[in-house]
Design a protein around this ligand. Structure first.
Ligand SMILES: [Fe+2]
Length: 130
């Protein structure tokens, strides 16, 4: 059995701007248009499909595994843009990063309030168990 996570849909106010925000922040290739979606593809071939809605947006959470060097670049962009960031998903540790699993992690929001996270180690890989 070989099952890979393939895609998810992110409901947003402005799919072009929202997809652009993600690729700019993460340093990914430009989004591509497919049907009603602005698609962002990560290194492992999973797609984040941005779709426009005027309705209520249920806030979701998306996490990205990055290298230590990429963390530095992305975290630099977070600070350069003056975005708020947190060490925890409850967003109580403002202006901090975490060291979970012996790596680094940080949370920030996209323009729709979706909670984005970058981590340098997968959850549980360093024995961290909250
Ligand atoms: Fe997470």
């Amino acid at each position: 059995m070989a099952i890979d996570f393939n895609h998810t849909i992110l409901w947003v106010r402005d799919s072009e701007a929202s997809a652009r925000f993600l690729v700019e922040m993460l340093g990914l290739p430009a989004p591509t248009r497919w049907g009603p979606f602005q698609m962002v593809t990560t290194e492992n071939g999973a797609n984040l499909d941005y779709a426009d809605t005027d309705g209520e947006i249920a806030r979701q959470h998306y996490a990205f595994l990055v290298s230590e060097a990429e963390f530095d670049e992305i975290f630099g962009r977070i600070r350069k843009r003056g975005l708020q960031y947190w060490a925890d998903p409850s967003q109580t540790r403002t202006g901090e990063i975490n060291r979970n699993d012996g790596g680094r992690g940080v949370y920030f929001e996209d323009p729709n309030g979706h909670l984005l996270e970058i981590i340098t180690r997968p959850y549980g890989s360093g024995g961290w168990n909250p």
